[in-house]
Design a protein around this ligand. Sequence first.
Ligand code: ZN
Length: 565
Amino acid sequence: MYDLLLKNGRIYDGSGMPSFVADLAIRDGRIVAIGRINEAATRILDVDGLAVAPGIIDFHTHFDAQIWWDPLGSSSNEHGVTTVIFGNCGLTLTPCKPEGRDALIGNFVRVEAMPRNTLKAGIPWEWTNHGQYLDALSRRPLGLNVATLVGHCAVRQYAMGEASVEREAKDSEISEMEELVRQGLAAGAFGFSTNSNQSHFREDGKPVPSRFASLHEIERLCRVVGQNQRGAVQFTHGAFATPEHVARISQWYDTILGETRRPLIGESIRHRWSEPDLWRKQLDDVEARARRGAASFAMTTTRLALRRWALKDSNRLDEMPAWKKVMSMPLESRKEALHNQQTRKELAEEVVPSRPAINFSRRWDSIFVNKVYRTEHKSLQGKSIEEISGLQRKSAIDAMLDLSLDEELETVFEDSITQGDEKAVAAIFRSPYVMLGQSDAGAHVASANPGFGFGTFLLSYWVRQRGIMPMEEAIRKLTFMPASIFGIHDRGLLRPGMAADVFVFDPVAIDLEKPEQVNDLPEGAPRYIQHARGIRYTIVNGSVLMDNGAHTGAYPGKVLRSQGV
Ligand SMILES: [Zn+2]
């Protein structure tokens, strides 16, 4: 007798192996069988035609505070996420002495853009050390599994007080910090995070504590992770501004990796039109370290920074003088100009990638048709101008302008400031050294582009619409890869014996809904949430947590503690 039986789903087991159709049985919170299963079960779910995958492990969140007032971890719970890792970017709420609480909150307010009143009202402060923090969480009902990292800022604040934002640490202070990291890992944290991002400040304008750390300090704290033979190091820093900064960070990485022989998650790599080749250099650096034998990883976001615009009323193209001239004309003369062959030639000459770009791609393959107004154009929606130009056997400028003029210039086009170059994105996403996520879930609450649904967007947009990688590989990147790197060894795969964290979705229908603003933070502050479509079940430790987007009332989540490797 099984507790739960999923019948006839297509199993994407998380390993990247080809998917196959089978039944999956669960008992006592664990997967017990996969195959053709005819035994009885307390509950049977017919998942014919649906994908059955391990629950997503969101490895880069900032749920440290939100989890106390929102044990479901919304909206991550609506996107197939079953485990969240927080304590990233050096920021945690533990360890913390009572007199350090305000300062710690100040880090989150500024770096992660969370309202101070919300944090003041919502954090229960039932702890001073990492073990007590995890114990306090264990006493709460939880929807998702939670796992933590030891954050450098909290450790430094605990050991040094206000001096943590003023100077380098003395030897004795570093020793105390080492002990705090050791305690955190012993209590069950899955690693250590630090932050040297030069744009990260506390609420009072002082740099966050970890920015004052010397390489010697970071080396000694990371060495504790190595000695414990468990967990990973997460290292946050800003974009590589100068060659000196690149060299410095590179040296730090080499030192940490050499010291610990643990996985290190460093660079955030994404394509930007403003620095269109930087991603290649960053990827080369990670690959070079990996070739030298280090467990070196980078991360990237699946999100786009979309801009949508129509030729009726946009300044999106103003970086290009000929476009700016035409776009500044009154509507009727603008239409006339856009018909003119000579003008079209001038406009096309500016849409070439070799021209210096600031925020715009100047590439026809990265400008997409987002919305058309006439039914006969429906088939063009979602296609790039380059694709349409090929289909219609006309030049790209003609393809774009003919379409737009045919719709009174109302056709909506879109392009993205980041991750807009699909070839670059494909290289980044497919790299074995790059983790997909960087959702920052729980942080940046006022952002209208929240990260909860990074997996949903990966599966719907990049996999289904753009075909950037096979579904099997995308699932592996969302599950087995983070589980392996952080050492969550009984999750991230669908195999007998593994914890039954399962995500069931319709690969044809899965999609993001539009973000919505709600006022549900403590003290009534607003934030953005985002629902999903096409996600049938989210199962945590064998219990259905979410059924078609609705919470079932179950709280099956656990506090995960690292077990060593
Ligand atoms: Zn972060």
